[in-house]
Design a protein around this ligand. Structure first.
Ligand SMILES: *[C@@H]1O[C@H](CO)[C@@H](O)[C@H](O)[C@H]1NC(C)=O
Ligand SMILES: *[C@@H]1O[C@H](CO)[C@@H](O)[C@H](O)[C@H]1NC(C)=O
Length: 301
């Protein structure tokens, strides 16, 4: 790409980044207010859901994005632990779309102190984990599990632990925490797979484009009758399933630049010429599904 092309790309990235940050701030402010409101009317478990949708619609409208969900009804099969692949900052937007009612997230304790976002998370009942303190983390998670089963709610987690930003077209190895929790509570796991969003947003490639993300919700995986000895195998199975769907979904769809609608959409034969660049499935590579064996299990009793 030319010098000016690159410069333009960076300017666009930064400008859209600033706009996106403001959308987040407005939504977090909405979140604080709505958490207070829902706490007063004793429906605090709706606060994160309401804020999530607010953020989703505002961000979609302003940034020209959209998320298509295959089988959204599966997201309502609670109680369950919901897990998804973790790619970039754009995952907050993904959460905005799929977050079910009566669902909560866990977050690093440090996030509590971020203005607006942290206030919102505290006010709306996020479970903050202190990773440096195992005892207190276990205590927090046990509380989360009890609340979740009582309320028939959901707990959302990213089993990759960290944003992948990966240049390999496979998922990072899964940590086992989410799977231990599911087995301990004997509740299902609902895997959620998100198409590769690096063509829409990537801080490495300075991509910030309008377009559509595709999400597929997989059938809930029961854990009834499983014990903690089954956790490694369960983790591996879910990893394999999700990794296959990652490949199947491929890249997200970009609007604009590459698509020439509506005038040039017909070829001479009168057929719609599809932009097939957006549907490239990332080249497959080894998927031996190797998992970190160094178990992160907070919950080994
Ligand atoms: C997503 O796409 C980027 C760019 O093509 C690629 O480098 C990365 O490996 C892909 N990630 C996954 C998980 O497929
Ligand atoms: C679709 O993909 C094929 C192979 O990758 C390519 O040769 C062809 O030009 C593409 N068609 C369009 C319309 O982009």
């Amino acid at each position: 790409m030319s010098f000016f092309g690159n410069l333009f790309k960076k300017i666009k990235f930064i400008t859209k980044g600033i706009v996106a940050l403001n959308v987040l701030l407005v939504s977090a402010t909405y979140g604080v207010l709505c958490s207070i409101y829902f706490t007063i009317i004793r429906k605090r478990d709706l606060a994160q859901w309401s804020t999530a949708r607010f953020y989703y619609y505002l961000f979609s409208f302003i940034m020209g994005m959209k998320i298509n969900v295959d089988k959204p009804e599966l997201l309502e099969k609670l109680p369950a632990i919901l897990i998804s692949n973790h790619q970039s900052e754009l995952d907050i937007y993904m959460l905005g779309r799929i977050f079910p009612q009566k669902c909560v997230v866990t977050a690093k304790k440090q996030l509590k102190y971020i203005p607006f976002l942290g206030w919102f998370m505290s006010a709306s009942g996020t479970f903050f984990l202190d990773r440096s303190n195992r005892e207190s983390a276990i205590h927090t998670l046990n509380n989360a599990l009890n609340t979740l089963k009582e309320n028939k709610g959901g707990l959302f987690m990213f089993p990759e632990g960290t944003r992948s930003y990966s240049s390999n077209p496979i998922l990072l190895p899964f940590k086992k925490g989410a799977f231990h929790l599911a087995v301990q509570a004997q509740i299902p796991i609902i895997p959620i797979v998100v198409s590769n969003t690096s063509n829409l947003y990537s801080i490495k490639l300075f991509n910030f484009n309008s377009g559509e993300i595709n999400i597929k919700v997989l059938d809930p995986i029961p854990t009834e009758g499983l014990t903690k000895d089954d956790v490694p195998k369960l983790t591996e199975e879910v990893y394999e399933k999700m990794n296959n769907v990652v490949k199947e979904l491929g890249m997200s769809n970009i609007y604009g630049e590459h698509v020439s609608l509506p005038e040039n959409e017909y070829t001479e034969e009168g057929e719609i010429e599809l932009n097939n660049e957006s549907n490239n499935v990332p080249a497959s590579s080894s998927t031996d599904g190797t998992l970190v064996s160094e178990s992160t299990s907070l919950l080994k009793n």
